[in-house]
Design a protein around this ligand. Sequence first.
Ligand SMILES: [Mg+2]
Length: 263
Amino acid sequence: MPAAVEGALGLSPSAFYPRRLASNARGELLKSLIAMCKLVPGQPAPVLVFDLDGTLLDNRPRVAQIFRELADTWRDRHPREAQALAAVASDDIVYGIKENLARLGVVDPTLVDEACGFWKDRFFTDEYLRYDTETPGARPFVRACYDAGATVVYLTGRDLPNMALGTFASLRDLGFPIGVVGTSLVTKPAFDIPDADFKHEVAPSLVRHGNVVATFDNEPANCNLFLKHLPAARCVFLDTHHAPDPPALDPRAVVLDSFAPHG
Ligand SMILES: [Mg+2]
């Protein structure tokens, strides 16, 4: 989305906008990455490491669904807030639950607390992962890499106890390669581990899968740590949404806003 359009919609223009590849260059990069996925007999498998939320998957529809359910429970008690929550579209969702509530006019501290609890009880669970959609172009790109010979590792900050089974089903239902030879779903062992700490711990062991040729993530901090641990691998930063106050992105990272080969 052009920065001017983001501004008109009331969204903050991405700080990384100037580094995004234009569509032609994006298509060429994606093609070159697929070409790196050729499996050569007798050599370690080429490995691609993909984050999920904000990278391959768009979780904003999950948030919008939860807001609609909250609206149903608030319809009688808080009709004004319920109406705003019910009308929210996925494209209106920004990073951060409190930021979204404030944009919708939910500002009373008691209501904010109730809404945050309602959201947390659902957002981090298997059952709600079915509402996620793919980032434009993600499924065909991952499929092309897999078909070319790559081992595909999904490395996510979702946790094993509450989200692994729903993630597996979501990837299957969206058509990503999963549950077949040459794929892995790697999750956090426990909910409370910070995502960056988890990825920092895991990154050095990714070579167990083969030769890591590229990593993909929507958090600058994670991209930076991949480049630290796996300097020979290309690092792709997905400029979708990310945690506030990100660190400077390593200049070696390449910036995309989707996986679409054109447009
Ligand atoms: Mg992410």
